[in-house]
Design a protein around this ligand. Structure first.
Ligand SMILES: Cc1cc2nc3c(=O)[nH]c(=O)nc-3n(C[C@H](O)[C@H](O)[C@H](O)COP(=O)(O)OP(=O)(O)OC[C@H]3O[C@@H](n4cnc5c(N)ncnc54)[C@H](O)[C@@H]3O)c2cc1C
Length: 300
C-alpha cells in the first residue's frame, strides 16, 4: 500500500510524515520496528481528516501520544501511525482553567500551570506522556489522578464528529477510562486548577521529580510501571520476593533500582520484553498466587 491519500492530507496541512521509519524513536522504551507511514498532525482538523480517510479506505490506524506506555512489535505496524504529540500541543488559559491540545506533554502543561500560578497538577509532573495519553490511561501518581483535575475533553467519535464529554461520563478509574480500547480520539483536555504562589508550585514539582529520580530507573528506556497494582499488593514487592530483581532476557531486565520497571538495558527487542513479562507473571503466580496484569500496552 502506498498511502498516497494519507500523504496528500498530511502535505495539505504541512504535517510531518515519514515512510518506513522505525517507531522505536517515538517510544520511551526505544523498541519497535519499521512502520509503513508515520504522520504527526498539527491540528484537530488534520487529525479528523486523516482518521476519516483511514476509515474510508479501510486503512488500519494507530494513535500514539509520546509512546511512553506502549510496547511496539519488532515487526513494526502495517497501517497509518498517527502521533498526536509536540506538533499539536497548544495550551490556552481561561481563568483557572487550562485547555490543552491532546499532544501537549504533562511537563509542558505543569510548567505552564506553574507560570500562571495555577496549582492542581503538580503530582503528574515527570510522567512523560501527553494530555491525551494520560486521560486515556487516567494516569496518576503520588495520590493524584487525571480525574482530580479534568473538567471536560473534546474528542472525535467513531463517526468522525467532534463531541464534548464531561468528567462524570469518562468512567475514570485506576488506569482506565471510557477511551481505553475504544475508537474515540481525544483532541483536547480542559483542567480546572486553583490559584497558588508559583514558588510553592515549583517546590512541589521539584519534590515530586526528586522522588521519581530517587526511586525510578530514569537513566534507562522503559515504559514506566510494567504491571498494574494488584489489589492489596505491590507488584514490585511481589517481583522482588520472587527473586526476580535484575532478571534478564536478552536486552530486557527487571530494574535493579525498582522491580516494578522492566528496562531496556541496551538493544532489547519487543520479544525480549514479552518473554520477560511472561516469565515474571508465571513465577509471581507460582510463588504468591497473584496474577499480575500488564499496565504497558502491547501494540502489534
Ligand atoms: C519513566 C516513566 C514513568 C512513568 N510514570 C508514570 C506514573 O507515575 N503514572 C502513570 O500513570 N503512568 C506513568 N508512566 C506511563 C505513561 O507515561 C503514562 O501512562 C502516560 O499517560 C501515557 O501517555 P502517552 O502520551 O505516552 O501515551 P502513549 O503511550 O502514546 O499511548 C497510550 C495509549 O493511549 C492512547 N492515546 C494516546 N493519545 C491519545 C489520544 N489523543 N486520543 C486517544 N487515545 C490516545 C494510545 O492509543 C495508547 O493506547 C510512566 C512512563 C515512564 C516511561
Amino acid at each position: 500500500m502506498n498511502y498516497g491519500s494519507i500523504a496528500r492530507i498530511a502535505e495539505k496541512y504541512g504535517a510531518k510524515t515519514s515512510f518506513d521509519e522505525k517507531i522505536a524513536g517515538h517510544t520511551s522504551f526505544n523498541i519497535g520496528g519499521v512502520c509503513d507511514i508515520i504522520v504527526q498532525p498539527n491540528s484537530a482538523e488534520c487529525i479528523r481528516e486523516l482518521v476519516a480517510e483511514c476509515r474510508k479506505s479501510s486503512y488500519k490506524y494507530y494513535i500514539f501520544g509520546k509512546g511512553s506506555n506502549v510496547l511496539v512489535s519488532d515487526s513494526g505496524l502495517r497501517g497509518v501511525v498517527i502521533i498526536i504529540g509536540s506538533e499539536y500541543s497548544g495550551i490556552t488559559r481561561d481563568g483557572n482553567r487550562l485547555i490543552c491540545d491532546s499532544g501537549a506533554t504533562l511537563t509542558k502543561i505543569c510548567t505552564a500551570a506553574k507560570n500562571y500560578g495555577l496549582s492542581g497538577l503538580e503530582f503528574v509532573y515527570g510522567i512523560p506522556g501527553t494530555a491525551g495519553g494520560a486521560l486515556y490511561m487516567n494516569a496518576g501518581a503520588y495520590g493524584g489522578e487525571m480525574k482530580d483535575a479534568v473538567v471536560y475533553c473534546d474528542y472525535l467519535d467513531s463517526d468522525g464528529i467532534v463531541k464534548r464529554m464531561e468528567r462524570k461520563d469518562m468512567q475514570l478509574s485506576y488506569r482506565h477510562s471510557v477511551f481505553s480500547g475504544s475508537d474515540k480520539i481525544i483532541l483536547s483536555v480542559c483542567f480546572e486548577l486553583c490559584e497558588r504562589n508559583a514558588e510553592e508550585i515549583a517546590a512541589k514539582m521539584a519534590e515530586v521529580m526528586h522522588k521519581r529520580r530517587d526511586k525510578q530507573p530514569l537513566e534507562y528506556p522503559s515504559a514506566g510501571s510494567t504491571f498494574k497494582r494488584p489489589e492489596g499488593y505491590f507488584a514490585a514487592k511481589l517481583i522482588e520476593d520472587s527473586g526476580l530483581k535484575g532478571f534478564t532476557v536478552g536486552g530486557a531486565q527487571v530494574s535493579e533500582k525498582h522491580s516494578g520497571f522492566v528496562i531496556n538495558k541496551g538493544g532489547a527487542t519487543c520479544s525480549d520484553v514479552v518473554r520477560l513479562i511472561s516469565d515474571i507473571k508465571d513465577k509471581v503466580y507460582k510463588d504468591s498466587g497473584v496474577k499480575l496484569e500488564c499496565e504497558i500496552l502491547l501494540i502489534e
